[in-house]
Write a protein that binds this ligand. Sequence first.
Ligand code: 13P
Ligand code: SF4
Length: 302
Amino acid sequence: MDNAQLTARIKELKAKKNALIVAHNYQVPEVQDVADFTGDSLELSRKAATAKEDIIVFCGVKFMAETAKILSPGKKVLIPRPDAGCQMADCISVADMDEYKKKYPGAAMVGYVNTTAAVKTRLDYCVTSANAVDIVKKIPEKQVVFVPDRNLGMWVQKHVPEKELILHTGRCYVHHKFKKEDVLNARAAHPEAKILAHPECLPEVLELADEVASTAGMLKYVKTSPAREFILGTEEGHIHRMKKERPDAVFYSLGNAQVCFNMKLTGLGHVLNSLEKEVTEIILDAETIERARKPIERMIAM
Ligand code: 13P
Ligand code: SF4
């Protein structure tokens, strides 16, 4: 089957089974195009939680599908590629969290949404790249253990100097590759362009960017900006989504286009297989769901 045939079959089956397909902004173009909704990691889970459909096909990486399951325990959440992990999310374990708690008993445990469901059971607050600064500002504890992304943690520390952040050593291998020289070269090559960087980038990149934002924040910025050229310091898949929102604008990658291999594992064939066989279902035990839900709900409430 070619892409058009696969897309037609997916749409037919989706309607028949009352399923919703959501795709992260980094997914391959054809998967983004077949999805009912594309967005950033938290937007997708929130969408899944409020959806009327009984089955959610989550095209993204595993921690995102787990977050959707935590927020919609009554639904069947399927991930077409269960092997799609996130190196950053996988770099911290429950044992590491328990160690931090022992060492800093009075600190608030704050974790990026890029964490496994098991690690979320140890968090007081969950944050996303879009709200990390605001949430850390608002929490009462002065000392904060922040996991797993060090670059995002440093960005938060810079904006919330009144708190003491204890940072883990995690990083996103995709965003960590952008360097200061890439920003300087991009500015010289496209002086009219706005430079947008994801907070998972190095501080030297964030300092020079015009805007630091999550993938959803970048979209918001681009939709309302009078600029016609944009340079994106994030995974290259986001350009497809951006072009849809601003067909009149030109988009460039910051330096060499960077790819998250796990985000590219899912193809239309996998989406169809997932819908047909209802695989692979995200299964989490009730206790994990209950405990992991609390830090996410606290974040949403804030
Ligand atoms: P967003 O929440 O900004 O979509 O980012 C998710 C992610 O994995 C970034 O690398
Ligand atoms: Fe994880 Fe980075 Fe890929 Fe996002 S881009 S899923 S943080 S490895």
